[in-house]
Design a protein around this ligand. Structure first.
Ligand code: SAH
Length: 213
């Protein structure tokens, strides 16, 4: 009950108030129990306006960023979405509330296992996971209607662009290790259009087509 109230406040004051209007995104963020995606010691901070540590030097993104990236994907209910960087699993759960199926990849084993347990417990049957380097995408399941990268990349991996379906959207933070620009890429019949959604700060995307360790 306590968390339901905090969650409603989060949606209203942090997300709607800053201009996120997609009703599907607002409903999803009002539903997913964000506190369960952090350790119990952090439950009281789970609905705050900031990122939080999730172990292995990684973070769950600030609620507003999750909402902004989700809205930028322009999801419909029959879309298949690829996420690189499962982390806590929170972003994947938000996507799973809206889209048909979510494919998510994590390279740190302990995070992968914890997220898998949580998806089982919360009965997210439309999330499938893989433990690997996500910078190569998920060739066997491609193409995707939308791809979201939740770690900062030095540049846009061309492997991911090539796994986008016609009409597909890709959202990815691109920049150096201290700050990045959130890029939205749209693939249509004529080619690729790119727009910037502004500055952001993510942990590193580590892998063959990302940063080297
Ligand atoms: N979407 C997550 C955010 C996690 S932070 C959430 O909602 O909690 C970014 C995550 O990306 C980290 O867990 C990190 O281990 C992972 N990551 C970084 N590089 C990766 C790669 N090449 N493949 C898969 N996961 C990666």
């Amino acid at each position: 009950m306590r968390f339901r109230r905090q969650r409603a406040d989060m949606v209203r004051k942090q997300i709607e108030a800053r201009g996120i209007a997609d009703p599907k995104v607002l409903a999803a963020m009002g539903k997913v129990p964000r506190h369960l995606f952090v350790s119990e010691a952090l439950w009281d901070q789970a609905y705050g306006d900031y990122p939080l540590p999730i172990g292995s030097q990684q973070t769950i993104s600030q609620p507003y960023i999750v909402a902004e990236m989700t809205q930028a994907l322009q999801l419909s209910e029959d879309d298949r979405v690829l996420e690189i960087g499962t982390g806590s699993g929170y972003q994947a759960a938000v996507l799973a509330e809206i889209a048909y199926k979510v494919y998510t990849i994590e390279r740190i084993h302990s995070l992968y296992i914890a997220a898998r347990r949580l998806f089982d417990r919360l009965q997210y049957h439309n999330i499938v996971m893989r433990y690997s380097d996500g910078t190569s995408g998920w060739e066997e399941e491609s193409p995707f209607d939308a791809i979201i990268v939740t770690a900062g990349a030095p540049e846009i991996p061309s492997t991911l662009v090539s796994q986008l379906a016609p009409g597909g959207r890709l959202v990815i933070p691109v920049g150096d290790q201290h700050s990045q620009e959130l890029i939205r890429l749209y693939r249509d019949e004529n080619g690729i259009q790119q727009t910037s959604l502004g500055g952001c700060r993510f942990v590193k995307l580590v892998g063959e087509h990302g940063w080297r360790l």
